[in-house]
Design a protein around this ligand. Sequence first.
Ligand code: ADP
Ligand code: MG
Length: 598
Amino acid sequence: MDETEHTSQADDSGDSGEETDGPHVTDDGVDDPPPDPSNRAVEANGSDADKAPTSDHDAGVVDGQASVADQGVDATQQSKAGVGTDGSPTAAEGPTADEAATPDPDVDADTDVNVGSGGRDRSSPDVDLDGVVLDDDDSQGLFDDLLSGEPIFENKEVLRPSYTPHELPHRNDQINRMATILVSALRGETPSNILIYGKTGTGKTASAKFVSQELESTSQKYDVPCEVEYINCEVTDTQYRVLAQLANTFIEKNQQVIADRLDDHRALRSDAADDSDALAATEFATLDELDARIEQLEADAAEMEEVPMTGWPTDRVYSTFFEAVDYHERVVVIMLDEIDKLVEKSGDDTLYNLSRMNSELTRSRISIMGISNDLKFTDFLDPRVKSSLGEEEIVFPPYDANQLRDILQHRADIAFKHEALTDDVIPLCAAFAAQEHGDARRALDLLRTAGELAERSQAEIVAEKHVRQAQDKIELDRVVEVVRTLPTQSKIVLFAVILLEKNGVHNINTGEVFNIYKRLCEEIDADVLTQRRVTDLISELDMLGIVNAVVVSKGRYGRTKEMGLSVPVEETEAVLLSDSRLGDIENAQPFVQARFDN
Ligand code: ADP
Ligand code: MG
């Protein structure tokens, strides 16, 4: 079994000459599965098959981008994260050999701990597994290799966006300001409306949810009717849907309130039937009054009709919501997250209607908390809406590299096994994300992806190289997503650029792109746009970072754009060809080739 451990490490470093300390290190892993020669053969295949596409990918991208990223991060680390020379990316970059091969005693100690605890942790599943593997002749050992890797993660979920952290370092000021404004709700008063601004990943949603949980639990503690409704306007993006969701939520809550009251009243009713004193300390003077109330509640419950997902006129949805929220006394805080998406998609009617409700509500009050990624979105609002919504404004500034480190450290402590990260992993993730406008989401994604890549390559510890691979992978994923969602015409233009590039054309100009583009359109029966429009589409591709275009002067022939592809050719082409409309284009390649031959 020592050899099993050992083999996978040697695999990793690709160097079998330095494996002499391997067996010593793994001495205490005695309960690991015994090596089975046939399994090992399959394991090797399995892991090759698993790694091949990834490393191909990575290699391609690393070539194109790593050097730029390196320099950038160097600078950031020194200026922002303050990483000393020991943490500097260049220092650790040279050797590709793993820590398995290093003679450093510290690392030996680490490896010791990992192997030991890993073995113990998994001791009981291992017993079962051994039985299965040895008894079942059909098993090819597909999962053995994967299972034999030391688990790096303790709880990966903690690094996912869906996880709500209990602590939000560096957001105390913003959280306290929200609390100071919203505390009126607990006093039965209407809090000012709040607008929260900040770029993506600055902790707006996490902070708002934290505050709303606190608010609701405090309101329960003191038995004050205060409720928070959270709506993500990226999902719920029309006035109809927002109002319908609000209406239905309050109808459901009202039904619950009615059901509880009916239970109480019916119990009282049956007590009172036996004992006429039962009504003495209640609001009901007579049984008839009580009966009338019960009937009224039953009628209310029957009357409340849920809003269907579509089909009603908007004012009916609005009045249904209005009545539902005003059914009894309460203060309601409506959180509209990604509010800019709602306004962008369906204008500011929803906000207009919501913001003037208080003047007509009789029992309840509402307060709106809008959260926006777009700092300028209020420019598009009706001035009345703008001033009402922006009574209080709270800004979430981007995190700097040091703050991101704290955030990552808090999460990493719960997410990873003890000592699963080298010291430079968190600073590097923080530095990369600080370049991305201080985006904590990006920082967490990087850390999680780095862990996953380490896990996949059977490394025992997440190291700097995994962070760099993760950065490349995330960047490539972004490109793939952008290309995948381009409109068809832009895809054809991009395909023309790719064809030219693949045929060795440098400094591709607009005319060349247009010629190929026209032929491609004919080939797949698409409309042919004018050269002017195609030039616009090229500018858009430029802005998206897919091509890199510069305007060059051609003297008396005027000016033209020259461009090259700024994304990996193979991957981009594959994404384009996966579009069913463009799938046939592949057959058009020979004709392009023929054109060049002429
Ligand atoms: P936004 O809504 O501003 O785009 P989020 O609140 O969704 O950003 O935060 C993005 C990710 O970063 C989430 O996973 C969140 O838990 C995490 N995060 C952001 N700020 C902090 C912080 N101060 N402490 C811990 N985690 C944070
Ligand atoms: Mg958010």
